[in-house]
Design a protein around this ligand. Sequence first.
Ligand SMILES: Nc1ncnc2c1ncn2[C@@H]1O[C@H](COP(=O)(O)OP(=O)(O)OP(=O)(O)O)[C@@H](O)[C@H]1O
Length: 589
Amino acid sequence: MFQLIPQLRAKSMVATNSDMLRHAVQKARRHFGAVATFSALLNALYITPTLYMLQVYDRVVPTQGLQTLLYLTLVLIFALITLSLLDRLRLRLLIRAGVKLDMIVAPALLDATLGRPDLPSARQGLRDFDTLRSTLSGPAILGLFDAPWVPVYLLVCFLVHPWIGVLAVVGCLLLPLVAFTTWRATRHKLAQAQLLASVSYASQDELLAAADGIRALGMRRALVTRQLRQREAMIATQTQASLAAGSFLTLGKFIRLALQSLALGLGALLAVDNLISTGAIFASSFLIARALQPIEQLIATWKSLIQARQQYTDIRTLLATAPAARIKTTLPPPKGKISVENLTVMNEARDGAVLQNISLAIPAGEVVAVVGPSGAGKSTLIRAIAGALLPDRGKIRLDDADAQDWDPEILARHIGYLPQDSTLLAGSIADNIARFSTEWGEDRTCLDTDVVAAASKVGADALIRRFPNGYDHQLKSGGKGISAGQAQRIALARAVFGDPAILLLDEPNAHLDTEGDAALIAALGALKAERKTVLVVSHKLGILPVVDRILVMRDGHMEMFGPRDEVLAKITPPNMRRVPAPSVAKAAS
Ligand SMILES: Nc1ncnc2c1ncn2[C@@H]1O[C@H](COP(=O)(O)OP(=O)(O)OP(=O)(O)O)[C@@H](O)[C@H]1O
């Protein structure tokens, strides 16, 4: 059976709270500290070519000292090699810091993302984190480490000559000013374009997923037209933003080129007046370029840095939504008694209840049919008991213990849940039935035995063997590549995998043929004989012979709950009692 429960427990204890990200950044602090030190050394070394140039023009050329040139060149080459090595080391350290961040944050973040898929930030969670990680561990952050050296270079410019210093300061002020004006002029348009783009891409994804149906329904041209209209608005906004940004971009380029040339011109002017040496003319241009370099880098990457700040906040908020891990005492496997106490689930708008004050008790080993018209709340009740959604009020108890007092991963192993839409995933049929337990390093041979046993129990073994490669048949993304009925039978095998005490089956026969229906009824009979507790939502009457009780739902309320024959007598009109009703749902409505 399940050997993996202790592992599940250990792994599920990963702390998932808002401090996780800060903690991870602190853990990577040693790396960032080393990067800062290397940046200091690098910036000191960047001045070597300037010093070399000064020496060449002011010492070597006038004296024709070839030996001095040789020594100077050797020193320069040594300095440049050291510089390259340090630069490489600095990048490697940043990459390592990124890996460290990932190792600490990714498990908690994935956990939080799957825990709260309803939050918009959850959809973006890992993507945001990856962008944040590459910003923190890539060239974008280097501008920040080099920035403190701008004043040092400005000081050196002033030392060469005050006017060279003034020119450098003018450059350092003008370039950020242009960048700021560009941001002011384009930010609204860019944000609007980004929003329109995400809407357009989301609707494109939706169309792609439903492409077959769209073609068959003759909606292709209409939807292409709708898609083009959305794109038109997005492109128009992007164009306006790009045109505005373009003019500032040209201005920025002009300023940079002008500064470099003016530095040479100013240097020459000063050299003519013998205020600086010939070498200092070229050195000034180099120094100004070097002083401006971190500023230019920050301008090029500041958007990613600001975005990274926002992503940092969003990720912390998302992590905070996941309850801090609490070590929960592992209770013995439940025997199957289910008690629902005043269960209330609100609708999305939170102005009404999908389930209202449901209270019922199901003794262990009973099979309960959940019936009622569409939208009555049957699936919602099953989902709440399965732990797929958290109730707004009320409790669900399993063998008297509050379901919340269980570690959800461990509890899930004692519950076999078959959702309405099967929910199979990309992977082999065996992987799906085994709930991907191999990912936990579970012994494959033991699992295979359990997988085949589960499929045999629900009568799906022969069906699975007929697939190419049998149990190893690979399903595509979303479990696609097999029929809805086949998917439902595999999902039923997954529900009984591991021999859970409780089975929650949401319309397990919705897509079944006669053979599948018979297999399901036989499986329910076997589960009943094994004293499993089974809740089965169904619109079909075929399951009634194995049912002990019937729960009738209507408009989120529990309309009736009792022994099968008593409830059937109440919900079946007198003139139909001897004739099989077309469906339980209709009889109930
Ligand atoms: N994903 C969802 N988002 C928003 N509302 C939902 C969602 N799923 C269900 N609902 C609402 O919750 C209520 C109960 O739905 P539920 O699926 O539980 O009904 P049901 O009795 O299982 O219906 P059916 O027999 O058609 O499956 C309905 O009013 C429905 O509109």
